[in-house]
Design a protein around this ligand. Structure first.
Ligand code: TXA
Ligand code: MG
Length: 314
């Protein structure tokens, strides 16, 4: 942990586990380190980063949390929730990390390793998912290594993550907005707010728009192989990404079958999603057929990532 904190302080890049996915950390206050981070990932610099801190007080030093944001922070931090709020007047996060926006995305992760690193370092850490831009997010240290080996300084391996999809992002605007469904289900957020989250405007989804919250960039999560959603049968040459106890026509002729959760548990399915997509992608089938997955609870985030994986590949 001391070595990781020293690496960050020297402007280095450290991959570390969070409860959602592995992150690639850099000193949020060091523009040169942030520039290296964008370069290592091959990420466009107009796509801003999440600043990770170890507590609410640290968050309030860099962002202005209004009553909704405070209520959500109390209810769900540390945990898989990111809040987008106005930058505080003396915000220490580099402008490059927020892509010149007047808002900043903040998160207090619950993973003990992430927490220990933030505490050892003592400053905010920007951390996108530790994958090459355009690949699915890493849920093990081996995924990080296969994408970023040689491009970064250190990987802290603490096994597979627990949640498996990225944090839910809420824009704390006049009307709180669901910018990205994720590891914290919408209904839990709406219960604390006492009202519905509003949807982002449709143009935010376009590839050219200044991203309100990319992750919203349409093909953000795409594997190389074509992904076919809501499949009720498997075509010759296809691999099957199954869900639940039922089988589909042609399943026994599939080139490979992986079941996200044989018992139909959405939390288990979220934890397996990116790893199974990577594994099936690596076998280069004609396509990955995905069985329907219910959209309640964590299913909203799972279906969001699957739709992005399926965009533009036909
Ligand atoms: O679970 C997670 O959130 C993981 C772990 C490592 O914490 N991180 C993660 O980061 O998913 P990344 O960079 O892959 O996704 C961050 C998303 C991007 O879609 C980005 O556009 C959005 O947050 N974002 C960051 N700052 C923003 C801002 N000021 N306004 C709107 N969206 C913002
Ligand atoms: Mg990402």
């Amino acid at each position: 942990m001391a070595r990781a904190a020293r690496t960050l302080a020297a402007g280095g890049l450290v991959a570390f586990p969070t409860e959602t996915v592995y992150g690639l950390g850099a000193d949020a206050t060091n523009p040169a380190a942030v520039a290296r981070l964008y370069k290592a990932k091959g990420r466009p610099s107009f796509n801003p980063l999440i600043a990770h801190v170890d507590c609410l007080e640290a968050a309030r030093a860099i962002g202005e949390l209004g009553p909704d944001a405070i209520a959500l922070a109390w209810a769900f931090w540390p945990g898989p929730l990111t809040l987008v709020v106005p930058r505080a007047p003396h915000c220490s996060v580099a402008e490059l990390a927020t892509a010149g926006l007047d808002t900043v995305a903040l998160r207090v992760p619950s993973h003990p390793v992430a927490m220990a690193l933030l505490q050892a370092f003592g400053k905010p850490v920007v951390a996108p998912s530790a994958n090459l831009s355009g690949h699915v997010s890493p849920t093990t240290a081996a995924h990080v290594k296969s994408d970023l080996d040689g491009l970064i300084d250190l990987i802290i391996d603490d096994g597979a993550v627990e949640v498996g999809v990225e944090s839910t992002i809420v824009g704390c605007f006049k009307e709180p907005m669901l910018l990205r469904p994720g590891g914290l289900p919408r209904a839990e957020i709406e219960r604390v707010l006492g009202r519905k989250l509003v949807e982002p405007p449709a143009e935010a989804e376009s590839a050219t728009a200044q991203p309100l919250a990319p992750g919203m960039l349409a093909t953000h999560y795409a594997p190389r192989t074509k992904v076919r959603l809501n499949a009720f049968r498997v075509e010759p040459g296809e691999a099957l990404l199954a869900f639940g106890p039922a089988t589909v026509i042609g399943a026994n002729a599939a080139t490979a079958v992986m079941n996200l959760s044989a018992k139909g548990d959405l939390a288990e399915a979220a934890a397996h999603l990116f790893g199974y997509l990577r594994a099936l992608d690596a076998r280069a089938p004609k396509a990955i057929a995905v069985m329907p997955i219910p959209s309640e609870g964590l299913g909203e985030a799972i279906n969001d990532r699957l739709r992005r994986a399926a965009v533009g590949r036909d």
